[in-house]
Design a protein around this ligand. Structure first.
Ligand code: G6P
Length: 588
């Protein structure tokens, strides 16, 4: 979590950095800060809350080298002192950091013994003080930075500047850094949308690589100092995709893009897709590994694989995966599903699997992400940047690709493509502005509720989990998803007069039983919101969705994404930045 940026070029660094930080706020937004090399000292602004501009830019001066940070607190409360950048005690060095320094307490003790005084509760502050200490002992800024890295245990993406040296340095281990290469200027960021309006030429740093920006630009091994030859890649994401356009929030924009993103998701190289399907068929044990909404997509797909491909898939939340290592052999196949490709638990699961010789395939949205670089094969989701913290378009793109893979496993790739093309059209209808507004009525009737339940069976069980996740994370209404059959084993005790319960009733083998579950809830006073292709007397409120067979999880979730959005709006919550959450969970 946390977003970091750095800039060295010819423009006013503060304004470039503040713009970049705004695009990275999805990585954390409890506090922020910027430091710019000035004359005679580094100017720093740190604040809790929203990133503000005009005055801040002026206060930071006209320097052309600087760094910035948007924070999701891990070590230390949300205060100005704990926000980054952190400074050395002599004020010469400034550092921003994403990750966790595991051995910071031991390092802090050593530095305290040398007389250094700490101003924050963070793990990060040891970094500028260590650099300072090495410089005091005769090292150059670059050597002091490299030596400091050798003392750090844990994860880091770091950018640092020095007041006297016009040099900016960055390095990474297990937290992402991408360098943007412009015309006479360089950008450093946790993620490329931070600078995509300046350049689409990028260099991805690997673990233990360190980039030094002085007059020129070099990437060096952070252990040996040897120069590493890096390839510049060109991104096909464009500026417009990362902007809100006429939409008030990214969430609504991204919900509305789904006809297009599903179409792009299924536009894969057939040979590669078929090759992956063959690998699934040949494997002895296939695991789907993911977190959050990506986990819900993978869970949904495990039902699709069972129904279409008659293939058993083990589905494990990535944070729990290390407990399954005893079942891994070189015949095992791991398919990881992740929008960002940076989720720490997913990357850790990959590490565990690789040690056992497991082949890694991934379904990822962000090109060049750590997951992509650690996988044997990748299918890109092609959804464009997803800025809202909540996953919407990436969730349906994941479902579309996984559904296609299930069809490919039984040699029916073109049948799968035809189905998904028609699904994309239906999604276009569901996200039509007129249909979206229809959901406001339902949101108004639910906005003051404290609790809400969602039920489904079979594939719709995972849709129920995803629906409840969407509602709770953005509106803070307590929402829980259950399998219809679980209801009588406890959750039904929670139903009172007027308790809302969303029920997914697709046209499949679950219809009869889920309707009786809905009736059980209704008999106890529950208010039934039926999401179905067909009206039913049991429903107090009917949300019509099309009947798209095996692909119903894609269309069924859309009205609930929209409902979640309007619930957030009516309850005064910011849908793009729900409290306490971050889009990329890069710490375990
Ligand atoms: C966070 C985000 C979710 C996302 C999950 C997994 O919790 O808020 O929207 O689904 O991480 O992220 P990934 O990038 O691995 O799909």
């Amino acid at each position: 979590m946390c977003g970091i940026v750095g800039y060295k070029g010819k423009r006013q660094a503060s304004s470039v950095i503040i713009d970049s930080l705004k695009t990275l706020e999805y990585r954390g937004y409890d506090s922020w800060g910027v430091a710019v090399v000035g004359n005679p000292s580094i100017s720093v602004v740190k604040e809790v809350g929203m990133i503000c501009d005009a005055d801040t830019i002026n206060n930071l001066g006209s320097g052309t080298v600087g760094i910035g940070h948007t924070r999701w607190a891990t070590h230390g409360k949300v205060t100005e002192e704990n926000s980054h950048p952190h400074m050395s005690s002599d004020g010469c060095i400034s550092v921003v950091h994403n990750g966790i320094i595991d051995n910071y307490q031991a390092l802090k003790e050593q530095l305290k013994k040398k007389g250094y005084v700490f101003r924050s509760e963070t793990d990060t502050e040891v970094i500028p003080l260590l650099i300072e200490d090495f410089i005091k002992n005769g090292c150059s800024f670059e050597d002091a930075f490299r030596k400091t890295l050798s003392f750090l245990e844990g994860t880091y993406a770091i950018v640092s500047i020095h007041k006297d040296s016009e040099t900016m340095i960055c390095a990474r281990k297990d937290s992402p850094i991408v360098v943007g290469v412009g015309d006479g200027e360089h950008f450093v960021a946790s993620d490329s949308p931070a600078f995509i309006n300046h350049t689409n030429k990028v260099i991805y740093l690997e673990n233990y690589e360190m980039a030094v920006f002085n007059g020129s630009f070099e990437v060096r091994c952070s252990i040996t100092g040897d120069i590493i030859d890096k390839k510049v890649q060109v991104l096909d994401w464009d500026v417009e995709q990362a902007k809100k356009g006429d939409f008030k929030h990214y969430m609504l924009k991204e919900i509305s893009e789904q006809k297009e993103t599903i179409t792009k998701a299924i536009h894969q190289d057939d040979k590669v897709l078929q090759g992956i399907a063959d690998a699934i068929n040949e494997s002895y044990g296939t695991f789907f590994i993911a977190s959050g909404s990506s986990y819900n997509a993978a869970l949904s797909a495990s039902y699709t694989f069972s129904k279409i491909a008659r293939k058993h898939i083990n589905i494990v939340d990535s944070s729990e995966f290390p407990n399954y290592e005893h079942f891994l052999t070189p015949q095992t196949l791991m398919i990881t599903v992740s929008q960002s490709g940076e989720t720490a638990d997913v990357l850790d699961a990959v590490k565990v699997a690789k040690k056992k010789g497991v082949k890694i395939l991934s379904i990822v949205n962000v090109m060049g992400s750590s997951l992509m670089r650690n996988s044997d094969h990748t299918l890109l989701m092609n959804a464009g940047p997803e800025i809202c913290v909540l996953s919407t378009k990436s969730y349906t793109s994941q479902l579309a690709i996984l559904t296609l893979l299930a069809y490919a496993c039984v040699g029916k790739l073109s049948e799968g493509k035809d189905l998904l093309k028609s699904v994309a059209d239906h999604v276009g209808d569901l996200t039509d502005p007129k249909t979206l507004l229809g959901t406001v009525e339902l949101a108004s009737c639910l906005k003051d509720k404290e609790h809400l339940y969602v039920i489904g069976r079979g594939q719709s069980y995972s849709t129920a989990l995803e629906a409840a996740l969407k509602i709770k994370e953005v509106s803070y209404i307590h929402a829980e998803g259950f399998a219809g059959g679980t209801l009588k084993h406890g959750p039904i005790a929670l139903i009172e007069e007027g308790t809302p319960c969303i029920v997914f009733v697709p046209n499949d083998e679950t219809r009869k039983e889920i309707l009786s579950n809905a009736m059980e809830v209704k008999s106890r006073g529950g208010y039934i919101i039926g999401v179905s292709d067909e009206e039913n007397d049991i429903f107090d409120f009917f949300v019509k969705v099309p009947d798209v067979g095996h692909a119903s999880p894609i269309t069924d979730i859309i009205p609930i994404q929209v409902l979640s959005y309007y619930l957030a709006i009516l309850r005064g919550c910011n849908p793009d930045r729900p409290r306490n959450l971050a889009k990329s969970v890069t710490v375990k």
